[in-house]
Design a binder for this molecule. Structure first.
Ligand code: PLP
Length: 433
């Protein structure tokens, strides 16, 4: 059997180009990271060959003795990484990614067209929390369930819990979802628990973006207040691309969460688990219990704060005025420009971030802001000093966008990109193969 370069030079060439792009660019997308070399090895292993529908000890195929050992180890590490007592909490490590994990929870605890509430997409929520426009139900969550979004207070940039309480009282959801894709602050879980209890709703946290920060106890612990916690595994947690669902081992509102969630994953919505991903996830969850991981997550936050305060010094308006986590959301509207144009200009200089809606945007098509995250470049060794420089480069990109006549060439930004591409750039060894 040939290796990739011989078997398929075309795909091999594309991978090489992507590796080069990842190496040479400043990766500031808040949902991305560089996983560990050991995780990549597990993901690229023979584990991909095996079918293992079912759970450890209860499979529909033979030959699963090693897969059972692996999945049991992964479950144990997942509970340990989030400091959970295995008598009170269980976990399913088979969800293929974050959106499937969320949908699996909905089908486990709701009936079709039951009601749920999540944070509005244009205010930082995720599509899978129930996005719909006045004309169209967009995500499966709002097609198969009835969703009503709660929002931020536009003047503070914080979740408007008073309004959520009022809306929940009228809408009577069966599920309230905490968690976001573009929210620079932490969630008030005690308050959300109270709101959910008052209307008899389940409380779920989708900690996809912040699961690394939660594991390192850098942010508040959602497990103290929620019935169910979902996550992706490839963002701040630094694992392979996948998902997990944590559930209380209890009957909540008449639903035995363990069996409902396990059955929703398989046979409800999935078939064979991706065992190579579960292998990579187990490795990542081992790292997640190390002192180095905790130090890394602390740096993710301090780097993000340094970025936020430099941007503020430069006169930028940040949604909520700053950040407590791994991302900042910059409102560009006071400068008369939009996020799409700035994203494009910065992309040309190999600075990768994304346009993002900001509260008060008239249209989601031309979002008024950009989202900037610190996890990936912190993995590559950036400190506060480099993040301050990053803020300056972004500022330069914004100025270029404002003054479209100004040429990119000859700028400090371009000099920096030449330096990153040069052999002297000391972070080379930090990029995974
Ligand atoms: N939940 C949140 C909060 C997210 O930000 C994302 C993705 O960015 C997801 C779920 C979906 O994850 P996936 O893209 O793995 O389906």
């Amino acid at each position: 059997d040939n290796g990739l370069s011989e078997a398929d030079p075309e795909v091999c060439g594309i991978i090489e180009k992507e590796k080069e792009r990842q190496f040479k660019s400043l990766e500031l997308i808040a949902s991305e990271n560089f996983t560990y070399r050991a995780v990549m090895e597990a993901v690229g292993s023979c584990l991909t060959n095996k079918y293992s529908e079912g759970l450890p000890g209860k499979r529909y195929y033979g030959g699963n003795e090693h897969i059972d050992e692996l999945e049991t180890l992964c479950q144990k590490r997942a509970l340990d990484a989030f400091h959970l007592d295995g008598k009170k909490w269980g976990v399913n490590v088979q969800p293929l990614s974050g959106s499937p994990a969320n949908f699996e929870v909905y089908t486990a605890v709701l009936k079709p067209h039951d009601r749920l509430m999540g944070l509005d997409l244009s205010h930082g929520g995720h599509l899978s929390h129930g996005f719909m426009t006045p004309k169209r139900r967009v995500s499966g969550t709002s097609i198969y369930f009835e969703s009503m979004s709660y929002r931020l207070n536009e003047s503070t940039g914080l979740v408007d819990y008073d309004k959520l309480e009022e809306m929940a009282d009228r809408f009577k959801p069966k599920l309230i979802i905490a968690g976001a894709s573009a929210y620079p602050r932490d969630f008030d879980y005690p308050r959300m628990r109270k709101i959910a209890d008052a209307v008899g709703a389940f409380l779920m946290m989708d900690m996809a973006h912040i699961s690394g920060l939660v594991a390192a106890s850098v942010l508040a612990n959602p497990f103290d207040y929620c019935d169910i916690v979902t996550t992706t595994t490839h963002k701040s947690l630094r694992g392979p691309r996948g998902g997990m669902i944590f559930f209380k081992k209890d009957t909540v509102l008449g639903v035995d969460l363990e069996s409902a969630i396990n059955n929703a994953v398989f046979p409800g919505l999935q078939g064979g688990p991706h065992n190579h991903t579960i292998g990579g996830l187990a490795v990542c969850l081992k790292y997640a219990q190390s002192p180095e991981f905790k130090a890394y997550q602390n740096k993710v936050v301090s780097n993000c704060r340094a970025l936020a305060s430099r941007l503020t010094e430069l006169g930028y308006k940040l949604v909520s005025g700053g950040s407590d986590n791994h991302l900042v959301l910059v409102d560009l509207r006071p400068l008369g420009i939009d996020g799409a144009r700035v994203e494009k200009i910065l992309d040309m200089a190999s600075i990768t971030l994304n346009k993002n809606s900001v509260p008060g945007d008239k249209s989601a098509v031309v979002p008024g802001g950009i989202r900037i995250g610190s996890p990936a470049m912190t993995t590559r060794g950036f400190t506060e000093k480099e993040f301050i420089a990053v803020a300056d480069y972004i500022h330069e990109g914004v100025q270029i966008t404002i003054d479209a006549k100004r040429a990119v060439s000859g700028s400090k930004l371009q000099d920096f990109m030449r330096f990153v591409a040069s052999p002297e750039f000391s972070l080379k060894d930090r990029v995974s193969d």
